[in-house]
Write a protein that binds this ligand. Sequence first.
Ligand code: 5AD
Ligand code: FES
Length: 416
Amino acid sequence: MKTLDDLLRQERFSDADIIRLLGLTDPEDCERLRRAAYDLTTRLVGDLVHYRGIIEFSNRCTLNCRYCGIRRDNRALERYDLSLEQLVEGAVWAAENNYGSVCLQAGERRDESFVAFVEDCIREIRARTRSERLPEGASITLSLGEQPLETYARWRAAAGEADCMRYLLRMETTNPEIFARLHPDGFAHEKAYASRIQALRDLRTAGFQVGTGGMIGLPGQTLADLCADIRFYQRMDVDMLGMGPYILSRGGDMLDEGMLEQGPLLQLALNMLAVCRLVLRDVNIAAATALQALAEDGREQGIAHGCNIIMPNITPRPVRKRYQLYDNKPCIDEEPTDCRACLEGRIHRMGRRVGWNQWGCSSHFRRRMNLPVVVLSAIDIADERSGSSLMDIPVQHGSTRMESVSIRNRASLTKS
Ligand code: 5AD
Ligand code: FES
């Protein structure tokens, strides 16, 4: 069998390689995997971590996904909707605080008043987030589930010409049986599975940068299933990934099926993130908030394993409690300002920088569109570091450069 180091030097991986990497448990092996993913990230994607301020604007949902705390049949939950003004104000606050990008998420609805509401919000946000620092306004990610192509096209058109629109639609799992078990509602199961894939295709047709992902550690899920998920992401040629551990939700309908133990679940999720980085290479990968439900520094660990996106919660505090997709969700009692400072501290302590006032499109998307790809490395990061780092993080030294120019790779290891 190949040594782990040889395997990690590869640029292409067989299914057997992927399954072996996903299943690593020995701490030294896991650290080698982490290191390889982290180095590839800083080399290929750069040292910037981009923010998408997420506004959870309504917890009304027409679906009944069994894992989810805001599913339709959770009658204990008080439902809320933010007004257009509240939502747009949140986005404007984000832009004023140098976030180049916002994400609008809500329960799934397809009625005309909802579609038109989102359309109006997109128009307003695009108009009202323009400033000297952000002349093109904020970019917007929508996370609003499966919709007909016409709806995707309307939302895309509302944003204007610029390539500023992204959509996150998680596949959740590519195992059709598990998918069917999670989603009891609506159409015949096979159709629901196929319609999710069709929706991902429609998003591309409508002109969105497309992200997908899944939950890690679902009851009944195997390493081979996770490997199949990664192959699916490859086949769909996605620009972004949003993935996180599956966490039990008291509002959901899966209490009997339990969840993985916290420690092994966190490691599996981190392995999955790292392997996705190694296999998919230049996509944007979000450090899911759910990681922080398992460990206080879960999102930093996500960054240390190859993520380059964080989604600070900018939902107004009074309604945050009512948007708990899973239990133990962090930042429920914080204000947007608390999260801003807290997260920036976390990122700096890791020797990384925030990509303020940038859209932060994935290199994958830029290559796909034949746009120039600039990779910013951790210039002078040693000066910026204030000493103590949380983890043993490798830092790339070098200067701003085009990726095509040969890369001087003087990786060094700093540890306080
Ligand atoms: N645990 C982890 N992630 C969850 N999501 C929903 N419920 C849970 C849960 N119990 C994720 C789903 C969905 C995203 C918005 O939140 O993957 O796509
Ligand atoms: Fe919300 Fe730290 S990110 S308080």
